[in-house]
Design a protein. Structure first.
Length: 249
């Protein structure tokens, strides 16, 4: 592994019946090995999940039960995707979800799978590090970087866009190792990405809410950002941030 622009990566995306990586099922999967010069090899297929797709999921990817009926079963196609991935670094947006549902699926069918051992680059975290897009969703990043639209929110369309977003977000790094090393450390976020204070700068969020959120099962970047803000407020140095700005009087 050396120069970032000369290494080969694999980008993976799954569409699913829902967001439960144990009980929900994959209905479409796409993968592409690529370098900065272009896509090398691709794999994509719709999959019959043998269960109903939730209306909430259909709203997102527009894949209906009729579209997947009679398509290949995941146990028959998963080995092909795993062969494509090999030991490449996996790139994806919120990629932990995809890896988790693929690994759980492989386990269910006793298919050998080492995806959880691959190194990963989550472009959601890279976008947080970049910090210049109003939203870190893949669609917002596509618009932010003026990347051509690939159509509906489908697996291969997302993979193609994700690859281009990855190239834009990683331009400050010369080597893959530098990029991976930076992602080992938490990233300070500017705005709360979820909950009732979604979109607000951390410095404007009430301290009680931050204390509550600091003990939740959030990802390392969000917890780091919450706890950093709490640490900066010790002593109630900002009037509107203190839980009771008059308690020391």
């Amino acid at each position: 592994m050396g120069q970032l622009k000369k290494d080969t990566f694999v980008c993976i995306d799954c569409e699913t019946t829902g967001l439960d990586t144990t009980n929900d099922r994959i209905i479409e999967v796409a993968g592409a090995t690529f370098t900065f010069d272009g896509v090398v090899e691709t794999f994509e297929t719709l999959i019959d999940p043998q269960q109903l797709i939730s209306p909430e999921s259909i709203e997102i990817h527009h894949i209906t039960d009729d579209m997947v009926q009679g398509k290949p079963l995941i146990a028959d196609v998963l080995p092909n995707l795993l062969t494509l991935a090999k030991n490449h670094i996996i790139v994806g947006h919120g990629i932990n979800f995809d890896i988790e549902i693929l690994a759980n699926t492989a386990k269910r069918f006793a298919i050998p799978c080492t995806l959880t051992e691959n190194r990963i680059i989550d472009t959601l975290r890279l976008a947080r590090l970049y910090g210049e897009s109003p939203s870190n969703s893949l669609e917002f990043l596509r618009k932010h970087f003026n990347i051509a639209e690939e159509g509906a929110h489908r697996a291969m369309n997302d993979v193609v866009v994700n690859i281009e977003v990855f190239k834009k977000l990683s331009h400050k790094f010369k080597t893959t190792e530098q990029l991976l090393d930076r992602l080992k450390r938490p990233i300070a976020m500017r705005h709360m990405p979820l909950g009732k204070h979604k979109g607000r700068p951390f410095k404007e969020i009430p301290v009680e809410y931050l204390r509550w959120a600091a003990n939740k099962d959030f990802d390392q970047d969000l917890l780091y950002s919450i706890r950093s803000e709490l640490k900066s407020r010790k002593g109630g140095n900002q009037f509107f941030q203190a839980s009771n700005p008059f308690q020391g009087l």
